[in-house]
Design a protein around this ligand. Sequence first.
Ligand code: FES
Length: 87
Amino acid sequence: MKPAQTQKHHIFICTGKDCKKNGCEGLKSDLKQSLKNRNIKTARLIKTKCMDYCKLGPNLVVNGELLHDCKSEDIPAILERLEIQKS
Ligand code: FES
């Protein structure tokens, strides 16, 4: 078994009912656009179902780290985490 070479980072975004109510769809498209704008090709944005933290959403898992109450204004900090974890 070999690890994937190109998909180094994974961002899971909950698109469950409560996270939708709290704005995950806008966050998802802003994140997608930011990854594209910064030409970050090593990260993959993956939609998930409910993560069971409904009242704390929108919820993301960035490289295995669970983040609550994520907003579009948090995107620079989220992408910075990816940069830090590059090495
Ligand atoms: S709907 Fe997102 S954690 Fe439940």
